[in-house]
Structure formats: structure tokens, C-alpha cells
Design a protein around this ligand. Structure first.
Ligand code: ADE
Ligand code: MN
Length: 564
């Protein structure tokens, strides 16, 4: 042990050449806000020298470049990248994201503990430091059928794993406020651990009650005013920019130097196409600065503030003794990662080859029986029909009500008002539930889009104009063992297979990215006006996001937290 320390001290004092020295650059000091011209000496996993001249066994000239601490994605579901943790590592680390704190509740809702184990085994191999939080709400609520059930006794065996950071987003906020026994058992068992929150639109005394239970963060703020109330009440706000949930613009007013110690960045759900087209946390940083946010505020949120919020005491500064997670960028404003160091190792293609593979799981997770067009029928009703109102770039949906036209003895779609059908079909082989409803805002003029990604229970979710196309799309998902399918006029015009639990591909991220690009084109050909139609389909079944959703049990009034 002392040998390791002696080496660090000898390289830090300059008595011995450092393993690596970044020469002729500047680093961004997140304490003072200065750009400091300095060599940066690295020994093993640590920074050992700054603000001085150093010799190195390996010297890398970074003239004109700036060094910032590695970025930390404080809340994400790796499954939403549609690739495995190993491929996520290879896809995202080069953007400077050296730490990711994930909640594996997507795969856990399908496979239970087996899914969590797969993520922990993967996290032990990835170059990026992937931390895994224990999924607190599987199933998310009693209003849906998941593929698994994770009461507290199934979580406790994982708690002391070195890659685990407490409980993941406590989404069942009604269950907390109304003291659901299962919720209280988890909150009590993890009393001394970190507990992540998920409290969209929760305000006032209900929010106080939720916080009194020991929950510390939120990533569901969609307005600056909501975020300010939560910061005032001691929450750490994780500003989110995902493939559907895009809250950065609304929350920019709170991204200030003063509030930056209580802020972090996250993506929640971001797919490889958006990562390729825009970037990852680097995209959030450059967008924030381009819109007037001070660099020190957003770089703190991306690193030191995030590290402190999650108890990662070894990282977040460019300073001696801190973890050598470093991003060499072209400028603070452009934030283009030109070199990345993860725990002192330079990130190159070769480094990913040093990881051991982890066998995929859940390769036969779609157990739904084939359906027919008639299964999507909705009887005529004299009353107004509840219609889910989809909002572009949001997973919050409105609870709308319309009188819909009759088609024979059935309630029909109404393309003039952009109202089409939606259905959720249970796919875990537990009860064969099939619920039908209506949704407005997809812009579809024909065809159907189906998905086995259906947050968070991941039943089949399908939207469509034609019941025949909806049936074809849903059945095709069973044939490809899960994924997304687009159907137009009786033909499959686009699909991506996600055979790992019906959520992730076995292909490299480049293949998934390119397939998604073609898939989006097939969806646009149906007339959709949404930028990211697949994830917007995937969020329709999530009954912990206001206001109206649909599960395999039926339409869910989220505000009243009941089936209607
Ligand atoms: N995948 C997810 N699960 C639960 N809540 C979310 N909010 C945004 N994405 C989510
Ligand atoms: Mn959430």
C-alpha cells in the first residue's frame, strides 16, 4: 500500500517523472473560475500535479486546449440508449462522460434481479465508471403488470456492491405520500443511503412529505419555478436533456454560479441517433453557454456538483489527489472532447478491447400471444372519451376529453383532430391483458408504430390509425423478440430488433444509430410530426408521469392515481 503512496508523492513532488503529463495546456479551475496555464501530471488513476512544470514518461502536447473534469451523467437508463452497457460505454465515454449513474429499472421490470446483476457485472468491466442504483419501484405502480416484482428484500443483497449508490428514482410519489407499506419498507431500509427522487409537478406540503422521507434529488422538473421550490427545499436538481424529455431550455434560468452547487446534468433516456447528431452532456454544456449560461455554472453542474450530490468524493476537480477523469476540449464554449482520460487511462478504441464481455440476458422476453384487428376495437360510448394529449419533447401528457365518431358499433379514430388509437398488450406471459385507448398529437395519417419498450413495465405499446396495421406491428414484435416496428398499409416498413429483454440490441451502437435513422424515416412517412416518435410511444404507459396514461390494465388518471 505504501509503495503506491510513495509513487504518487514522488511524482507529485516532481522527484520522479510522472506516468503521463499533459503539456502546454490550460485547465478550468471550477473553484475560482480561472483558466490556469499549467502542466497536468498523472500517476496511475490520480492527478498528482498542477500549476507547475512536470516531466513525464509520456508527454502529450495539448497546446491551445483546455482541460476540464470528466462529465457525470447523474440519472439515466442505459437501456434507453437501446444498446448494452458495453456498447453504451464505447458510444458515450468519448464525449467526455466518465461517470454515469444509472437506474436499471427498465431491465429490472422485465427480468427482476437477473437484470440488475447483468448491469452490475457489466459495470465492473466498462471503462466509464458506471454506477448502478437499486430500482426502487418495480413495478412502478399497482396500476400495471410488470415482468417482475422487486420488494425490499430482493434489493438488500445488492446494497453493499461497490458499484451501487443507494436507491434509484422513487417514482411512486403517491405511494410515499399515502404511506404504501412496500414504499415505506424500502425508504426505511435505505434510511442511511442515497435515495433518488422522481416528483414531476409535486409541490407544497405533498412535496415536503415526500422530502421528509429522505429523498434528495429530482430530474423531473419541467419549469424553473418548480425547480426553484425544490432547490429551496434542499433537493439537488438534475437538469435533463434526453431524446424526449428536453428540460434544459426551461431550466436555464436556474443554471447560475450561485445555484450551481445544487445542480447536476442528466439525460435520463437518450438514444444513439441523438447522441451522434447532437452529442451527450457536451451538447447540454455548449447549448447552455450559447444561451448565456456562465461556463463555471454548467461545468460545475457537469462535474464537481454532481460528484458531491452522489457522494463521489474522489472526482470533479482538476487538482492533485483527485481522480484523473479529464476531458481535453477545444474551448469552453464549443466543448468538443478531443481527448478523454478515464481514471488516468487515455480513451482509445484499443482500451475498449481490454474489457471482458458479459453474456446477454432476457433473449426470449416477449411472451405475448398473437393479436387480431378485432382486439383493438373500442365500443361506442355516449360519454366523452378520455384522450391522451401528447406534447412534443415532453413525457407529461394532457388529460383531454372528446366525443369521438362512431364507426358501426365501434368508436373510430378522428384524423381531422389527429386522434388515433393506442393499445397496451401485456407481454410477460402473466395475464394476457390488452387495453385500448385514444391518443392525440402523433400526427399519424396511416399505419402503426409498435414497441416493446413501454416505460416502465415494458409491455407492448402500439399506436395506429388502422387496427390491421396495429395487429401486424404488434405481432411482428414477437417474431423479432422485441424492438420497434413501423407498419404502413399492411407492410412492415421499418424495424429494429431489441432482443435483450425487448429493450436493447446486440448490435454495435453504430448499427443501432443507422437503423434508427431509417426507422425514423419510416415513421415520418406515416405523417408523424414528432421528432422522436418511438420514445413518445414508449412513454404512453408510464403511470408515474402526469396526467393521463394507458397501461395493460386500462386508462390511468395519474393525478387521481387510478384506472378510469
Ligand atoms: N425511463 C423512465 N422511467 C421513469 N421515469 C422517467 N422519466 C423519464 N424517463 C423515465
Ligand atoms: Mn424519472
Amino acid at each position: 500500500m505504501s509503495q503506491r503512496l510513495e509513487k504518487l508523492i514522488d511524482q507529485g513532488t516532481g522527484r520522479e517523472s510522472a506516468d503521463i503529463v499533459l503539456k502546454n495546456g490550460r485547465f478550468f479551475d471550477l473553484v475560482t473560475g480561472e483558466l490556469v496555464a499549467s502542466d497536468i501530471a498523472i500517476c496511475g488513476e490520480r492527478i498528482v500535479g498542477t500549476c507547475g512544470d512536470y516531466a513525464g514518461k509520456t508527454e502529450i502536447d495539448i497546446t491551445g486546449r483546455i482541460v476540464v473534469p470528466g462529465f457525470i451523467d447523474t440519472h439515466l437508463h442505459i437501456e434507453s440508449s437501446l444498446v448494452t452497457p458495453h456498447e453504451f460505454d464505447r458510444c458515450v465515454l468519448p464525449y467526455g462522460v466518465t461517470t454515469a449513474i444509472c437506474d436499471p429499472h427498465e431491465i429490472a421490470n422485465v427480468l427482476g434481479e437477473e437484470g440488475i446483476r447483468f448491469f452490475l457485472d457489466s459495470a465492473e468491466q466498462t471503462i466509464m465508471d458506471i454506477r448502478v442504483q437499486l430500482s426502487s419501484c418495480v413495478p412502478a405502480t399497482h396500476l400495471e403488470t410488470a415482468g417482475a416484482d422487486l420488494p425490499v428484500e430482493k434489493l438488500l443483497p445488492f446494497r453493499d456492491h461497490p458499484k451501487v449508490i443507494g436507491l434509484a428514482e422513487f417514482m411512486n410519489f403517491p405511494g410515499v405520500i399515502h404511506k404504501d407499506p412496500g414504499c415505506l419498507a424500502k425508504l426505511d431500509a435505505f434510511w442511511d443511503d442515497h435515495i433518488d427522487g422522481h416528483a414531476p409537478l409535486l409541490r407544497g406540503n405533498d412535496l415536503n412529505g415526500y422530502l421528509a422521507a429522505g429523498i434528495r434529488t429530482d430530474h423531473e422538473c419541467t419549469t424553473a419555478e418548480e425547480a426553484l421550490e425544490k432547490i429551496r427545499k434542499g433537493m439537488h436538481i438534475l437538469v435533463r436533456e434526453g431524446s424526449v424529455s428536453k428540460d434544459l431550455a426551461a431550466l436555464m434560468p436556474i443554471l447560475t454560479e450561485r445555484l450551481s452547487p445544487f445542480l447536476a446534468l442528466c439525460t435520463d433516456d437518450r438514444n444513439p441517433l441523438d447522441i451522434a447528431e447532437q452529442g451527450h452532456l457536451d451538447y447540454m454544456i455548449r447549448t447552455a453557454i450559447a444561451n448565456g449560461v456562465e461556463p463555471i455554472a454548467v461545468y460545475r453542474a457537469a462535474s464537481i456538483s454532481a460528484a458531491r450530490a452522489f457522494g463521489l468524493r474522489d472526482r470533479g476537480h482538476v487538482a492533485p489527489g483527485w481522480r484523473a477523469d479529464l476531458v481535453v476540449i477545444d474551448s469552453l464554449e464549443n466543448c468538443k472532447a478531443e481527448m478523454v482520460f478515464a481514471a488516468g487511462r487515455r480513451v482509445t478504441d484499443a482500451i475498449f478491447a481490454t474489457r471482458k464481455p458479459v453474456a446477454p440476458v432476457g433473449l426470449d422476453s416477449v411472451k405475448a400471444r398473437p393479436v387480431q384487428a378485432m382486439h383493438f376495437g373500442v365500443p361506442v360510448s355516449e360519454n366523452e372519451t378520455p384522450v391522451i394529449g401528447v406534447l412534443p419533447g415532453k413525457i407529461i401528457t394532457e388529460h383531454r376529453r372528446y366525443r369521438l365518431p362512431a364507426a358501426g358499433n365501434q368508436t373510430g379514430v378522428d384524423l381531422d383532430r389527429d386522434i388515433i388509437k393506442v393499445a397496451v398488450i401485456e407481454r410477460h406471459g402473466r395475464n394476457g391483458n390488452h387495453a385500448n385507448g385514444f391518443v392525440q398529437g402523433f400526427g399519424l395519417k396511416k399505419g402503426a408504430i409498435a414497441s416493446t419498450v413501454g416505460h416502465d413495465s415494458h409491455n407492448i405499446c402500439v399506436v395506429g390509425v388502422s387496427e390491421d396495421d396495429m395487429a401486424l406491428a404488434a405481432n411482428r414484435l414477437g417474431e423479432i423478440k422485441g424492438g420497434f416496428v413501423v407498419v404502413e398499409d399492411g407492410k412492415v416498413t421499418g424495424e429494429i430488433a431489441l432482443p435483450v429483454a425487448g429493450l436493447m440490441s446486440l448490435e454495435p451502437y453504430e448499427v443501432v444509430r443507422d437503423t434508427l435513422h431509417d426507422l425514423r424515416k419510416a415513421a415520418y412517412a406515416l405523417g408523424t410530426t414528432l421528432e422522436e416518435p418511438f420514445l413518445q410511444v414508449a412513454f404512453l404507459p408510464l403511470p408515474v408521469i402526469p396526467h393521463l396514461k394507458i397501461s395493460d390494465k386500462g386508462m390511468v388518471d395519474v393525478d387521481r392515481f387510478e384506472l378510469i
